[in-house]
Ligand binder design. Sequence first.
Ligand SMILES: Cc1cc2nc3c(=O)[nH]c(=O)nc-3n(C[C@H](O)[C@H](O)[C@H](O)COP(=O)(O)O)c2cc1C
Length: 220
Amino acid sequence: MTDAERQADSIRDRRVQYETAGLDRSDLMADPITQWQHWYAQAEEAGCVEPNAMVVSTVDADGMPDSRYLLARGVSERGLVFYTNHESVKGIQLARSPRLSALFTWLQLHRQMRIRGTASLISDEESDAYFATRPRSSQIGAWASPQSQVLADRDELDERVAGFEARFAGIDSIPRPPNWGGWRIEPTEAEVWQGRPSRLHDRFRYREVDDGWVIERLAP
Ligand SMILES: Cc1cc2nc3c(=O)[nH]c(=O)nc-3n(C[C@H](O)[C@H](O)[C@H](O)COP(=O)(O)O)c2cc1C
């Protein structure tokens, strides 16, 4: 048997039983953001790696989905905020079609949370305030990286970094690049999933209605 065949068998036969207490309707918070805050706190407490990491999916001009990890950097009753380059592939896709999904997985807790909604740019003041909290090297990185564009080689990036280090030498507070800032994800739908034994998992969906949220149990 080749290594590739052994790996194919191992993927097919890998089975983890999700021995968790499960999820009841009465365990759920009234809205998706409060529920996210509750689960995020538990993920942090459980020592989940990068508990604020989410897979954000957008669509291109042809409706082709595109996914990548991003870090949630802010949360309020209005939604979850992430930061990125507005001229990146995702930035261009969002400017064209601000509908997106965000997926959190906290595998140690056998949990996932799906969020669907719309993205809107946060204010310049909010983006400035967050940018000011970033380490200086990350601030330089935001200026130096033409995110998602083709580079000739690593030297090109290193030279750009050196160029911006020189430009900002002696300047204490580096300003935010005009092409970098935050987007807020405002959920219109969400789903919480808790793994249970024998694949009979617990799922609940939040659906936005005029005066709040309807929560329904879904078949696993
Ligand atoms: C765990 C993790 C967290 C990330 N967080 C961010 C982030 O907060 N903002 C960002 O622009 N890219 C982040 N990235 C990089 C993105 O996944 C992606 O490579 C980059 O944003 C370019 O995506 P695009 O070409 O689709 O625009 C992260 C990657 C990983 C693996």
